[in-house]
Design a protein around this ligand. Structure first.
Ligand code: SAH
Ligand code: F3S
Length: 433
């Protein structure tokens, strides 16, 4: 049997794309997954282009693949960098056998058999494509609900690499989740660049369904216990959506509310469509409707023209919302984006200082949040065996929890009392059903 080495960078959608790549390849020819580069007959890197660093690393990685691969092994570059650099990749690194864009995953079997094939059509519509099935973890299913993104956030390359937004028909989503549940998944993670904009555009004009209706249809699937989704957009967090989030018992009480900046002026330059006040108002609404919810966010520092006052606004939102999780980034100018052309790019040293200050304050807040978990009881869904008789799972509000236990706990939702807290995770003991 042939062997496949696949490296996945970037977001959850890329992880799902990699699962689709594996499944589609196996439809035609069986591949065993390997983590040893030198054993592979096919080497794939599923790339991310959201910031410059991973793109810069791509060509040095290809160099390593070239050196370490076994004789005759093929190399493929997939994902967002494939979409944005296209045949440039083969020009710079002729050792690459094929390039497959983030919106062309279903064409993997065509490109794998052609030398120097490049498929990067960002208009390609895969919204009704019936992908073969492969899941790296049978207990939790990632399911795409839309492809592409119609926002034009001025810092973001994703609309250029994943194309315009198309929602996947509700029936197909429900069908896919039902299938995943029948093979052991109690949890689903719904994926899209802007999930709460679901239903904005379907390929068929007859299709109609919004995100709340979709959530209700998915909740009706018997055997499914937990619904998560990423990422929603603060602009589309209307009351109806937040009320559904709070009141639907199958929806996990963890929500990502990507801030980007606390300054209304910068939010405008970022073309985010909301103000600092709207953002705070939505987080307040979440806290009122659902005090137990955990809130995570994304923040960019050093966006063009960011002043000390703008950054102070970001710190102010951090103080007020006290995010459970923070993904923070130094602004990275990207091709095909408006912000790359903006004047007044921020001095990288200042941006680094702001990032350090933001992360340091968040760490303090996080330590205080985690301390409140001691001695509390949580329903934990166990999905991964760890070394030393440990087993890992997630509380309903998304915290990583470890207990001592064996595989009987896998796929179970069990009450756990927290006995030890740390910044990244909780330890506990099983106390029952
Ligand atoms: N809609 C997607 C966004 C994908 S990009 C989602 O919500 O997951 C993920 C995050 O990367 C963004 O929220 C933003 O914080 C960050 N990001 C995007 N472009 C960036 C850039 N040019 N520089 C730095 N960070 C960026
Ligand atoms: Fe990017 Fe904004 Fe869409 S961050 S993925 S353009 S919602």
């Amino acid at each position: 049997m042939k062997k496949l080495f696949i490296e996945t960078l970037g977001c959850a959608m890329n992880s799902r794309d990699s699962e689709h790549i594996i499944a589609e390849l196996n439809r035609k020819e069986k591949y065993d997954l390997t983590t040893t580069l030198g054993d592979a007959d096919l080497i794939i890197i599923n790339t991310c282009s959201v910031r410059e660093k991973p793109v810069a690393k791509l060509f040095s990685e290809i160099g390593v693949f070239k050196k370490k691969r076994k004789n005759g092994a093929k190399i493929g570059v997939c994902g967002c960098t494939a979409s944005h650099l296209g045949k440039e990749i083969i020009k710079r690194a002729p050792v690459v056998d094929f390039v497959l864009g983030a919106r062309n995953v279903s064409k993997i079997n065509d490109v794998v058999s052609q030398r120097h094939a490049v498929e990067i059509d960002t208009d390609f519509d895969e919204s009704s494509y019936d992908f073969a099935s492969y899941r790296s973890n049978p207990f939790k299913a990632m399911v795409n609900i839309s492809i592409g993104c119609d926002k034009q956030c001025s810092f973001c390359i994703v609309p250029a690499t994943r194309g315009e937004e198309i929602s996947i028909p509700k029936e197909l989503i429900v069908q896919e989740i039902t299938k995943a549940v029948s093979t052991g998944a109690k949890e689903v993670m719904l994926l899209g660049q802007n999930v709460n904009n679901y239903g904005r555009r379907f390929t068929s004009p007859d299709e109609k369904c919004d995100f709340v209706q979709l959530l209700r249809a998915i909740s009706a699937i018997s055997g499914l216990e937990r619904i998560r989704f990423t990422s929603p957009h603060p602009l589309h967090m209307d009351n109806e959506f937040l009320e559904e989030f709070a009141s639907n018992p199958k929806i996990s009480k963890q929500i990502h509310v990507p801030l980007q900046s606390g300054s209304t002026m910068l939010l405008k330059a970022m073309k985010r469509g909301y103000t600092k006040e709207w953002f705070l108002n939505r987080c307040q609404k979440i806290r009122t409707l659902c005090p137990e919810a955990s809130i995570s966010t994304d923040i960019i520092v050093g966006f063009p023209a960011e002043s000390d006052e703008d950054f102070a606004d970001t710190m102010d939102v951090l103080e007020r919302v006290r995010f459970d999780q923070l993904f923070s980034f130094k602004y990275s100018p990207r091709p095909h984006t408006d912000a790359a052309e903006y004047e007044q790019q921020v001095d990288p040293t200042i941006a680094s200082e702001r990032l350090t200050a933001l992360q340091a304050r968040h760490t303090e807040i996080l330590d205080e949040i985690m301390d409140t978990y001691l001695d509390t009881i949580h329903q934990v869904y166990f999905d991964e065996l760890k070394p030393n008789n440990k087993i890992a799972g997630r509380s309903d509000d998304g915290k990583l929890v470890f207990v001592e236990g064996s595989e009987e706990l896998l796929g179970q939702i069990v009450a756990v009392k927290i006995t030890k807290v740390s910044r990244g995770a909780l330890d506990g003991i099983v106390i029952g059903e």
